[in-house]
Each structure stands twice: as C-alpha cells, then as structure tokens.
Design a protein around this ligand. Structure first.
Ligand SMILES: C[S@@+](CC[C@H](N)C(=O)[O-])C[C@H]1O[C@@H](n2cnc3c(N)ncnc32)[C@H](O)[C@@H]1O
Length: 283
C-alpha cells in the first residue's frame, strides 16, 4: 500500500473540537475539552520503520483480537490486565486516559471497576473501530484517534493514565513516557502492562520455545495476519526486555517524573505490570 496520509485536523467550533481523519472510512468526531489544540498524526510516509510496522501489524487483526490475545498468552493476559486496572485506584468522578487502547479491553475494565470516565486513544483506526463498536452506547467513553508520542490533550488533564503493550512500538521510550506523564495531574496514577521474559534460565528456555514455536503456529490457525503477529512477538519482546529490563524501565519512569514506582512480575515474569504516581513537583 502506498503512502497513506493520515493527517488529523482539529477545528474549534462552539467549544467542541471536531476531528476529521482522512485515513478512516468515516469522519471521526470527538467532542472535546481540547479547545485550542491542533493535532497532527504523522503520515505513514514520514513514520519510522518501527511505527509503520506497528500500524500495518494492527490493521488486519479484526474481531478475533480479544480471544486471540488471551489464547496466545495461555489465558494469562486477562489476569495481568486486571492487576494493572486494580493499581489505578479511580472512582466515579475520575477521568482516565487509556493509551494504546486498541479494541478497548482495558477501557472496559476501567469502566467496570470504577464507573469512571474513560478516553480511549489509539493510533490504529482499525483497532479503534472495534472500541467504537464496544462503547457505542456508553457516553462515558470517548474514543480518540491519536499517537502516544504527541497526545492531543492539555497538561495535567487526566486523573490517571493506563498504557498497555505500547512501548515496544515507539521509537523513543523516554520521550514517549515524558509525554504520557505530561497529561496526568500531579498525584495521578500511571499504570502499564507489558510482556516480559522470565528471569529463571529454565523458564526462559520454555518461554523461548513457546514464543518461537507455539505462537506462530497458533497465529497461523487464526489468520495470515495473526501468523505475522505470532512470528513477530517473541523476538520483539526479547529485544525490548534486553534493552529495557523492568528495573531500567522503572528508573526511566522515575526520571519522567513518576514516583513510588512498583513492579509486579506476573506468570514468572512473562507479564510485567508497573505503576506509580506523578510527582507533585519535578526535582
Ligand atoms: C497489543 S495492542 C494492545 C491493545 C489493548 N491495550 C489491549 O490490552 O488489548 C497495542 C496497541 O497499541 C497501539 N499503538 C502502537 N503504537 C502506538 C502509538 N505510538 N500511539 C498510540 N497507539 C499505539 C496499536 O495500534 C495497538 O492497538
């Protein structure tokens, strides 16, 4: 597919921001407290190979996503998500930004757990289409097309923020973390979930076998697009864990202005939940 221009233009009309997205099938309209913001999505022709790959990867996963994700983590990933959502500690007056929301699994869990307002943001129009469907009759979830690297929100606008399986797809982890922290109010909780690699050599060998052999086969049984995911995930997770082991990532969270960072290694380290609180003042 040739260069797909995905420029998002906002214009301010009567205190609402209307967003039109040239890449989506239908125009995307978001009401917003984002008056004055002009937000551009980077086009595929300008994006790095990593970003272009992320956009392509999630284009064709379709309605199988929710079940396939659970299958490919041996049923563990819903448990990891619940742990992350429990760390958020929101309430019915809280507004939470869910970044890399995808089909909306985390947003839905946040709604169930806290009855809070949720903004579900993702850069994939195809994944967001499933979120939009999921929340079509829930006015307290706003679905927004956007990129984690430059969020279309004001500083300190959210009470809490979640991001799930995001950082392996961005070029600049520290800069992206800084941008995520920016939009949270001081004292707000930031929580994330990412895949990890077990630290025990025996379990790591088993993990290697599962990710290199089982995932591609399981993916192939679902579809050609899932086969690509199955082949990609193992090496990608291992590389991310090598460069950003949880302790180093936690240090980076701290440098981004998050304090009391905690790490929960789940399923022997195959899932890593991390959370902390935005510091009141940067040192
Ligand atoms: C594996 S899915 C996770 C979806 C969901 N959070 C979940 O738990 O099932 C990763 C999501 O990250 C999104 N994504 C990747 N890079 C992104 C970025 N830079 N900004 C926003 N979303 C991004 C993808 O489009 C995809 O929907």
């Amino acid at each position: 597919m040739g260069a797909r221009v995905a420029v998002v233009v906002m214009r301010v009309v009567d205190r609402s921001v209307h967003v039109s997205d040239s890449s989506a099938d239908a125009p995307v309209l978001h009401s917003a407290r984002r008056v004055g913001y002009v937000h551009f999505m980077s086009s595929d022709s300008l994006a790095s190979p990593r970003k272009t790959h992320a956009r392509t990867l999630f284009r064709g996963l379709g309605p199988a996503y929710d079940r396939a994700g659970a299958l490919m983590s041996f049923g563990q990933d819903p448990r990891w998500r619940r742990k992350m959502v429990a760390a958020v500690d929101a309430n019915s007056r809280t507004r939470v930004l869910d970044v890399a929301a995808g089909t909306g699994l985390v947003s839905a869990a946040l709604r169930r757990a806290y009855d809070c307002d949720v903004v579900a943001l993702d850069q994939s129009p195809e994944m967001l289409a499933m979120s939009r469907q999921r929340f079509r009759s829930d006015p307290r979830v706003e679905v927004v097309l956007g990129e984690a690297e430059h969020l279309p929100f004001a500083t300190g606008e959210f009470d809490a923020l979640t991001f799930t399986y995001l950082l392996r797809y961005v070029d600049d982890v520290p800069a992206t973390l800084g941008e995520l922290v920016r939009v949270v109010r001081p004292g707000g909780v930031i929580a994330s979930l990412e895949f990890g690699v077990p630290s025990s050599p025996v379990l790591r060998a088993g993990w290697w076998g599962v990710t290199r052999a089982f995932l591609p086969v399981a993916g192939r049984l679902i579809s050609r697009d899932w086969y690509a995911v199955g082949r990609f995930l193992g090496p990608n997770i291992a590389e991310f864990a090598r460069v950003w082991p949880p302790e180093r990532l936690a240090q980076q969270w701290h440098e981004a202005g998050i304090e009391r960072v905690q790490i929960a290694r789940m399923s022997f380290g195959a899932g890593v939940v991390m959370w902390g609180t935005k510091a009141s003042e940067r040192a």
